[in-house]
Ligand binder design. Structure first.
Ligand code: AMP
Length: 279
């Protein structure tokens, strides 16, 4: 379906029966991380809608909107074989007609971490996700923990706007060497790909150290950032935050996570890990 009207018509037909509808929003260039969201939907829902939309509003002018990988035919094949019932692929004009004038903004949660470094990014995300949720009106929508801040922000917007949807988070899918799957990994050169798994390794080490000594946030964050630099990354941030509120925390607890964003050349990578206190 390429128009909101067709999407709505189709879902309304389903709604004549007692069906539970799941939505999996994506920007395409699909990989096994996206497929984990589809699998989670398949386990709970009778019908699955996936969307593919490279949302221009969440890219700053200096970012990679133009070069973002687009692979519609291959994506459709993956979604079909994974049991997705309907794929919504709107054109930019369908989502944002020329006189489009509305912005959905979540304050607080969007201000730190990636929000502090990507001006306007979360406003773009929250605007498009609100539209997708209202367009498809799913019972459950699925988001990856890979983009943990985004997951928390989407949960808040659904709650604040009384959108009757349950937001389910799905654990991060990783390569065998620990690198979190991302559509942007295709940008990495052979040398950068060799360095990339160090991001997960360092975050795991920081989380492990803080599980042992919850008071050592400042020391371990500095040590982690230095280790990332040593490995060849330019570090944007490495921070420990409370998992539910994303507020800075002075003592790592069972509900804290460590978050990082780094650059390898022109490619920006993010990852995060829970801090699980030793029993
Ligand atoms: P994207 O197409 O990158 O916007 O991602 C679409 C959805 O897939 C978001 O909810 C992401 O958090 C999720 N996702 C992306 N990569 C992964 C991964 N490696 N593991 C789990 N979920 C992911």
């Amino acid at each position: 379906m390429r128009t909101v009207a067709d999407l709505r018509k189709h879902i309304a037909l389903w709604r004549k029966g007692e069906v539970r509808v799941g939505l999996v929003p994506t920007m395409g260039a699909l990989h096994q991380g996206h497929m984990a969201l589809v699998e989670a939907a398949r386990a709970e829902c009778d019908r699955i809608v996936a969307s593919i939309f490279v949302n221009p509003k969440q890219f700053a002018p200096t970012e990679d909107l133009g070069s973002y990988p687009r692979r519609e035919a291959a994506d459709l094949e993956m979604l079909r074989s994974a049991g997705v019932d309907l794929v919504f692929i709107p054109a930019v004009d369908e989502m944002y007609p020329p006189d489009f004038a509305t912005l959905v903004r979540v304050s607080g949660l969007t201000e730190g971490l990636c929000g502090a470094h990507r001006a306007g990014h979360f406003d773009g995300v929250t605007t498009v996700v609100t539209k997708l949720l209202i367009q498809a009106l799913p019972d459950i929508a699925y988001f990856g923990e890979k983009d943990y801040q985004q997951l928390m922000v989407v949960r808040r917007l659904a709650r604040d706007l009384d959108i009757p949807v349950h937001i389910t988070g799905v654990p991060t899918v990783r390569e065998a060497d620990g690198l979190a799957l991302s559509s942007r990994n295709v940008y990495l050169s052979v040398e950068e790909r060799r360095i990339a798994p160090n991001l997960a390794r360092v975050l795991r080490n920081v989380a492990g150290a803080l599980a042992e000594d919850s008071s050592a946030i400042a020391r371990e964050a500095a040590r982690g950032a230095a280790a990332l630099q040593q490995a060849g990354f330019a570090v944007e941030y490495l921070e420990v935050r409370e998992a539910g509120t994303l507020a800075p925390t002075s003592g790592a607890t069972g509900s804290s996570r460590v978050f990082a964003a780094v650059w390898l050349g022109k490619t920006r990578l993010i990852d995060n890990m829970p801090i699980v206190p030793a029993a």
